[in-house]
Design a protein around this ligand. Sequence first.
Ligand code: SF4
Length: 481
Amino acid sequence: MTNPLREALATGQFCYVVELVASALTREARLLEAASGLARISAVVAGSVTSYAGGAMGHDPLRVAAAARARGLTPNIHLTCVSQDRLGLAKSLDDMHALSLENVFALTGDYPGAGDQPPVFDLDSVQLVRLIDERRRGGIPFHVAVAVSPFKYTEADCVYQYVKLEKKIAAGADVAVTQVGWDARKFAELRRYLDDRGLRTPLLGNVYVLGPKTAERMATGRPPGCWVSPELLAAVRAESRAQDGGRQARLERAARTVAVLRGLGYAGAYIGGTHDAAQIAWIIRRAEELAENWENLAAELGYGAAGGFYLPVRKPSMGAGAAPEQRGAELLPRVLEWLGRAFPVNRDTWTRRALTRVFAWIDRRRPATALLERLELAIKKPLFGCQACGNCVLGHLEYVCPQTCPKQLRNGPCGGTDQGRCEVIPDKPCIWIAVYDRAKVGNALDGLKVYVPPPDRRLRDTSSWINYFLDRDSRPAAERP
Ligand code: SF4
């Protein structure tokens, strides 16, 4: 079976992927009608089936995907880490394989909007890419798309997005799709970031056909990670007063954005906001007419945040700008790091051998183990917000506990951060901002690229010190002596 998405990216043919939102609000029959229409446009190489837009469950994506394929449209299936543990995700991949569905869009996913129980986030998107890659090594030809948001306007938010993309690429991502945004400098920045590092991973730029209702919503930062600037909102409002309600103006903006993406060396466009085949065909035709003028159009596509962060054009050493102010609270990670260097335990040293003997002795005595577990938590909870996951990776994350992230991510922030604030608890900073700031102060930004595996959840409420020295825990590979 051919895979037009894989082939277009391999041959460098500029291509289009159109988002099919399989939300509960859209009738499945209508979606499939749209799929049939899109299948007739040769430049459209896939329909991206999302059933989890904005944190609410929709139709079964595999059923919609299989039905779309039967109508001639190759599906690209969104697989999120929300409310599925690693076994559930592995099962979804097996089901995809059984249906000969190759294209998977690996995402962390939005935090669910409703529910009595906190949702399960067993894996993060980097770990999910690894899981898919393991299956691929076993002979299943998955093609993996991942998300990245260049539209972040503080340094930590922005650079960490790029670092996380590097981790996804190292884990096996084949193509990266940007988040929604209307800022050509950011589109260019992302391509340049990868080029500067010799990463030729193809990029699909998100081209959202923006109507007034969605613009109003995105102006408030909803859905998470999508943001419309006040200037763009004003432009969309003005356009919507036209006789056609602003329809022509929004299609024109979409076509211009496509032309800019082509000029910047993107591999294709990921179109959202419409799956109307006639509109998509118009955008494609118009973008071709505009292609030569892309530099002027790029200069006009400037709806970023006023005074927002952009990576300097010079080859960066990852971070940029002034180092964050050294604060007293940052002393602890530095002291712990110094201790780690003075008395190394991550390789075969006398300190490690001695401590291993001590912890093995404690481990054989249940009362002593229970006492140690209580002691460890009593120290680490007030200092780091420790939640006794039993697989401590504080030393890899600048002494910020990943369990304090509402999505329990271990490899960097999700795409939902808003000016450094958390997607789930907006009055709190995203925990990864502190990780970045501390790493920058400590000149340790490269350490952020280390892959952190998922925790072994069977070790919950046990002593991570014992687990570490007895080699039971899950931690970055380089840490194994
Ligand atoms: S702490 Fe950061 S990564 Fe975690 S859910 Fe909030 S915004 Fe996302």
